[in-house]
Ligand binder design. Structure first.
Ligand code: SF4
Ligand code: SF4
Length: 71
């Protein structure tokens, strides 16, 4: 299986959780901690389950999350 990482642009992310909701593998979760902007950003939880489907990236309305394949 592909190994992937997710990158979140904390300037754009508003913590809406859409990416987490649409992740079919529960690979990402919203952080329990607020960042400096008062937002709970998505963080990796089980990236070993990530298939690289990019649904999180596609559904984010703010272009705040990106998936990158790691070689
Ligand atoms: S990355 Fe996008 S979809 Fe996910 S919580 Fe942030 S703004 Fe919402
Ligand atoms: S690429 Fe797919 S499986 Fe991986 S975190 Fe995003 S939605 Fe989940």
């Amino acid at each position: 299986m592909k190994r992937c990482e997710v990158f979140v642009n904390e300037e754009f992310c508003k913590g809406c959780g859409i990416c987490v909701h649409f992740c079919p593998r529960e690979a990402i979760v919203l952080s329990e901690d607020f960042n400096s902007k008062g937002v709970n950003v998505p963080v990796p939880a089980h990236m070993e389950k990530c298939t690289g489907c990019r649904l999180c990236e596609l559904y984010c309305p703010d272009f705040a999350i990106a998936v990158q394949e790691v070689t």
